[in-house]
Design a binder for this molecule. Sequence first.
Ligand code: SF4
Length: 374
Amino acid sequence: MGLYIHIPFCAQKCPYCDFYSIPAAAAQMDAYCGALIDEIKTARRTSAFTQDGCKNRLVDTVYFGGGTPSVFGTERIAHVLQALREEYTLAPNAEITVECNPSCASAAFFEALAASGVNRVSLGLQSAIDAERRALGRIAGADEARSAVLHARQAGITNISLDLMLGIPRGNAATLRRSIDFSLSLGVPHISAYMLKIEEDTPFAKTAPTLGLPDDDAVSDMYLFLCDYLNANGLPQYEISNFAQPGFESRHNLKYWNCEEYLGLGPAAHSFVGNQRFFFARDIAGFLEGSPSLFDSPGGSFSEYAMLRLRLAAGLSESEVQDRFHHSIPPAMRHNATIFAEHGMLIADENGIRLTPQGFLLSNTIINTLLSQE
Ligand code: SF4
């Protein structure tokens, strides 16, 4: 099982973001740390949907996401990890990731993370061009990102991911290439690359027409370039938005796409355990008061599994479908797949069905069409 810990605090709100996060204040972060540890120890709010909060399961990945977990501070992260170790069985080689803002990234910060057992960090770079980062409301510059990578490595954390963003205001193919080259020059083994999406009720939603956003065709071309370029430079694509040297794929995130179990703690955190999906409301006050997690839906159906697996470059495997569901990939799905295959959107053969980078650009439409015909 994977464990996801949501840290809903940020130094400041980025104008495009609709993740659940609030301003970082020390007293509230202390209270939140206490509430997380209380939940870890008592499992009182998750045990309604699980067996004793899943404490009988082996945990082989832990992921601190947010928000900005690095503003939570290394001491609180260490306390949470200590509580996890006391209450759960952590695999000796568990992957333990913390998302970090490069502006938090002193040598002492990474040394403390490493001392608490963290062995993977994901750094929010977004762009190596400082003007682009400022347009996104980001504090740190590229130099801080470089220092963060060096300090993480010096502390012994070599499993490092950088986040890039496509479709940034006034961004173009040339600036994207500079950001990719910058990331490659740092030798990180993992890169995530997300397209900027204008979410409702964000400052960007109000100012979108004036932001100088590249159009959809330009962003699509950037995405296809990025896939080719990272592949040619030793980071093959393994998911729509993720690229890694072999062996450095995010083990935690693979649990989501492989439809494996994970328990999420904290406001807005989702869980999938025992074929049930449940979640905590986007409400830190409720979490601090002990509000229970809420039922979402049953999970783990073939449709859901196929939808998630088709996000992976490895796609939907015929043999794995047979092992898990005791039937083949449905003939109607295969029939529709051949139509997309003729247009280079996917590959369908005896091994299964997998989308190409061109297909990933239309993944929602393609996957919905495949599944509506099953
Ligand atoms: S740092 Fe991340 S989570 Fe926080 S506001 Fe910015 S994009 Fe959102």
